[in-house]
Write a protein that binds this ligand. Structure first.
Ligand code: DGL
Length: 374
């Protein structure tokens, strides 16, 4: 396996320039490479060994001009170049990069999610790996974080990180986000807290974090707030995750090779029941219905959802409001229809949880307990 190495300052300077000017640098000057030799083996041994897995996204993006903060090309900068552009990282950890994908995170699907999670699990088993950072597009970082939070069987820190602006932009946020993510992944206090998301000086649990704005750097929020902060190189925790995660859950990524198809349908005025029929025909084993308010279902949609249930498809009432819990048997007779309600899981998070739950049971009552437990 590639050894953990330090990023040289010269390489980073060269790269920072190239990131701004858009040119690529091929090889380091020999002198620079020798400068990368660790000062003392003992000093290096005190630092955590962190693997940074690159998947793409804006943190790997580049714009034509420094003023391109929201219009740029995503997923074009290799993870090793991203690491080299933040030389301060080498002062806090021994890192090595690994490129697993180079995609916008809107392109994550079950296959890619499983591949990433299995690689993370494999690396966590290696005794010389102390933690993992995953650079990821922000669009679906919340689903990936929740999936890892539910399926990894390790207490080592795993931190997902992204950025809202490419590294070439004025006010770019990726470099500090990555530095902070490595700090959190390197800190023993981060062990046993599940998968974490670090962006914009905040540490969020993978269970709760969600993207709430299309372009602002403070887009990530959790309904109950972050677990803590990263400030001036310090990792500060103030809260702990309340729901089971990683070693405490019933799912092990090493034993999951396929995820059942789960559809998400969005409620709106004049919604077409044909969408439910189409989801069933496409092979969905469950439908997460992002209903209005407290999971209210339009009278013209009820029969198609009941018909889907009669064909063995699980029906989950979620809410499109963005926060709160859906109360069972309130807006709809869930006991009578054999439907399920989310707790506070957002529709996109409910899809992840339902897909995992269906790998072990298809009993609606057992599935309801899963939504109330995780
Ligand atoms: N294409 C989007 C993604 O990869 C860009 C958004 C971002 O990474 O901030 O999620």
């Amino acid at each position: 396996m590639k050894h953990f190495a330090r990023v040289t300052t010269l390489a980073a300077a060269l790269l920072s320039a190239s990131l701004i000017t858009g040119t690529a640098h091929a090889q380091l000057a020999p002198a620079a490479q020798s400068a990368a030799a660790p000062a003392t083996a003992q000093a290096e041994a005190r630092k955590a060994n962190i693997v940074i897995i690159g998947t793409g996204g804006t943190i790997a993006g580049a714009g034509a001009s420094v003023t391109n903060t929201a219009a740029y090309q995503s997923a074009v900068v290799p993870v090793d170049k991203i690491i080299a552009s933040v030389p301060e990282i080498s002062k806090v950890a021994n890192v090595k990069g690994e490129q697993i994908f180079q995609i916008g995170s809107e392109s994550f699907n079950n296959e890619r999610l499983l591949k990433l999670a299995k690689r993370v699990s494999e690396l966590l088993k290696q005794p010389d790996v102390d933690g993992i950072v995953i650079t990821h597009g922000t669009d679906t970082i919340e689903e990936t974080a929740y999936f890892l939070n539910l399926t990894l069987k390790s207490d080592k820190p795993v931190v997902v990180v992204g950025s809202m602006r490419p590294g070439t932009a004025l006010g770019a946020d990726g470099a500090l986000n990555l530095y902070d993510a490595v700090l959190v992944a390197s800190n023993p206090a981060s062990k046993g807290k599940g998968t974490l998301a670090v962006l914009n000086d905040e540490i969020h649990t993978g269970r709760d974090v969600t993207k709430s704005n299309t372009f602002k750097t403070e887009t990530f929020r959790s309904p109950f707030g972050p677990l803590g902060y990263v400030v001036e190189g310090r990792t500060l925790f103030y809260r702990l995750p309340a729901r089971p995660h990683t070693l405490q859950t019933q799912w092990d990524i090493d034993k999951i090779d396929k995820l059942p198809e789960v559809a998400v349908l969005y409620a709106y005025g004049n919604a077409n029941p044909a969408a439910v029929d189409a989801a069933v025909k496409s092979g969905a084993k469950a439908i997460i219905y992002a209903a209005t308010g407290n999971g209210s279902v339009g009278d013209y949609m009820v029969e198609s959802l009941k018909a889907a249930r009669a064909k063995g498809v699980q029906i989950v009432r979620a809410s499109r409001t963005g926060s709160g819990v859906v109360v069972r048997n309130a807006e709809q007779p869930d006991d009578k229809y054999d439907w399920i309600v989310t707790d506070d899981q957002l529709p996109q998070k409910a899809r992840i949880l339902m897909a995992l739950a269906l790998t072990q049971t298809n009993d609606a009552k057992a599935l309801q307990q899963v939504f109330w437990k995780y």
